[in-house]
Design a protein around this ligand. Structure first.
Ligand SMILES: [Zn+2]
Ligand SMILES: [Zn+2]
Length: 366
């Protein structure tokens, strides 16, 4: 990569020489700019952190005693020889794309993003740039999301059916972002909503920031189907098989994830129901986002990087995949799509499964 590039890909992460800072680094660095609080983007051990004012409370909650400076969306800062600003990514509350300008060259790091307005996160705003570093977690045409109102209706119907059959509805969702988005789609008049403590803790942090979330009850040793008949229990996927759920039996289990679009993942999960909803852009969203930047260079990170970069290159964009350590840290929601069962060909409608980056295993954190 030429030395005059605004950002460099290093073994610690994305680095801006002019500003002497890293963005979402995966090894300890003196100064880190952080797009959002998910574990593969916000790691412990940096000298200082800079994030949006909305993202900072969750960062402190997850990383403890760290030095965090905050900035509001759209406010321009000078960091060394670089101009820096954060812009809404629509992924989780406070999530940002980071714009870096050096000597008239504008680069944007997307972090994770989605285009649909979930009414909790500040909606995604495209940022014009020369070079766009884009995630592509769901960079295959098979991934096309339905509007979230449709998914909300599906979940409400499933919960109603569970209650009618005397079953507790147990919904698996990642603790930061997805869980709160799903909560905001639930009608508390339908029944009590209980949350595993890891979800309840994060929800409390976001609630304290003024986000509108329905009332929830912390799942404890004293709660169960007897005390809360007709309940919906939200749990991180990792706790789905725990013995703690015995108190809620009989249960009906469901997962809410973009990966539920893949047959292989659905089968392996073995839940009674699945809901296809993600906090990452789908295939159309990725393509619309890239087009809206006007970028002539695109670097594809975590996900189906090879496929997405090849697809963009075929339409005349200077696009290439980049190896990063994003998308590998969140054991919480780890999925393992099977190795390629079908061509990862964007020109096909993609009804099969292919592993991103040609690897057989990925970790998902949507
Ligand atoms: Zn994320
Ligand atoms: Zn990510």
């Amino acid at each position: 990569m030429p030395q005059h590039d605004t950002l460099h890909f290093t073994d610690r992460g994305l680095y801006c020489p002019a500003g002497d800072f890293h963005i979402d680094p995966w090894r300890p660095v003196p100064r880190a700019l952080i797009t959002h609080g998910h574990a593969d983007h916000a790691r412990f051990g940096h000298g200082s952190y800079l994030a949006t004012d909305i993202a900072a409370p969750v960062l402190r909650h997850r990383l403890g005693d760290i030095a965090v400076d905050t900035v509001r969306y759209g406010t321009s800062l000078t960091v060394g020889g670089a101009r820096v600003s954060f812009h809404p990514a629509g992924h989780v509350p406070g999530s940002a794309q980071i714009r870096v300008e050096v000597a008239g060259q504008v680069w944007v790091v997307s972090g994770d993003y989605k285009l649909e307005n979930d009414s909790l996160s500040t909606p995604f705003e495209p940022v014009r740039c020369h070079a766009f570093i884009s995630e592509c977690t769901f960079g295959l045409p098979v991934f096309r999301w339905r509007p979230q109102a449709e998914i909300a209706a599906q979940i409400a119907g499933w919960w109603r059916d569970c209650a009618a059959q005397g079953r507790t509805a147990v919904l698996g969702a990642y603790s930061l972002g997805k869980a709160q988005r799903l909560l905001s789609l639930l009608d508390p008049a339908q029944g009590p909503i209980l949350c595993h403590s890891s979800i309840e803790d994060t929800t409390d942090v976001l609630r304290a920031q003024g986000l509108a979330l329905p009332p929830t009850i912390r799942a404890t040793a004293d709660t169960g189907a007897k005390s809360h008949p007709g309940a919906l229990v939200m749990t991180p996927p990792s706790a789905m098989a725990g013995t703690w759920l015995k108190r809620y039996g009989p249960v009906s289990t469901a997962f809410a994830s973009g990966w539920m679009a893949l047959r292989g993942v659905r089968r392996r999960r073995g839940a009674d129901r699945e809901f296809v909803i993600s906090d990452h852009a789908d295939w159309d969203g990725l393509n619309r986002a890239v087009a809206a930047t006007g970028a002539e260079r695109v670097f594809a990170t975590h996900g189906y990087t090879d496929v997405f970069a090849r697809w963009l290159a075929s339409s005349g964009i200077d696009a290439r995949p980049v190896q990063t350590e994003f998308g590998t840290a969140d054991a919480d929601a780890a999925e393992t799509p099977e190795p390629a069962q079908a061509q990862a060909d964007p020109s096909a409608d993609g009804s099969g499964t292919a592993a991103p980056g040609g690897a057989g295993r990925i970790a998902a954190r949507d």
